[in-house]
Design a protein around this ligand. Sequence first.
Ligand SMILES: Cc1cc2nc3c(=O)[nH]c(=O)nc-3n(C[C@H](O)[C@H](O)[C@H](O)COP(=O)(O)O)c2cc1C
Length: 180
Amino acid sequence: MNTFIELVQQRQSDRAYLQRDIETEKLERILEAGRLAPSACNGQPWKMIVVRDEKIRNEVAATTSDIIVSSNHFTRLAPVQIVIVEESSNISSKAGSWAKSKHFPHFDLGILAAHLCLAAADEGLGSCIVGWFDEKKLRKVLEIPKNKRPVLIIVVGYSTQKTRPKIRKDKSQIISENKY
Ligand SMILES: Cc1cc2nc3c(=O)[nH]c(=O)nc-3n(C[C@H](O)[C@H](O)[C@H](O)COP(=O)(O)O)c2cc1C
C-alpha cells in the first residue's frame, strides 16, 4: 500500500493513455473520493458529469483545443472524462465569500479535483486536470444550463507515461517560518 506522500509523488498530469476502459468499481471509488471532499461551510457546490460514451468524449475533447492551445488533443485518448460544474453553494458559504471577498467555491472545486486525481493515482490510474476549454461549446455538448459553469475537466485512464520527477520551486522559496 502506498503512503500518502508516495501517492502524491506518483500523481502527475498524464497525457497519453492506453485504449482500455477503466473498471467501474475503480471509477466509483474515485467519484466517492470526490463526493467526500471538504468545502466551505460544507456547501458542496459541484456536480460531476461522467463522460464515457466515445462520441460524447470526442466532442468534449474537441472543446479543449484551439489555435492558442493545441496540446490538449490528448484528452480524446482517455476513456473517462469527469466534467466538474460549479453549482450554487449554500447561504453560509455565500455570506462568507461576500464578507471575506473570496469566492470559496473556487477553492472547493480545486480540492474536489485534487481528491479525484489522487484517488485515480491510488487506483493505479493516470489523470490530468484540464482547465483550458471552450466553455460555451462544452455547455452545448453536455446540455449544461446557461447559468451553470463547467470549470474543470478531469481525464482519467491507464497511463502509458512513466512517472516523472516533479519540477517544483525549492522549499526555501515557498515556506517561511514565523514571518513572511
Ligand atoms: C487548474 C488547472 C488547470 C490545468 N489545465 C491544464 C490543461 O488545460 N492542459 C494540460 O495539459 N494540463 C493542465 N493542467 C496540468 C498542469 O499543467 C500540471 O498540473 C502542472 O504542470 C504540474 O505538473 P504535474 O501535474 O505533472 O505534477 C492544469 C492543472 C490545473 C491545476
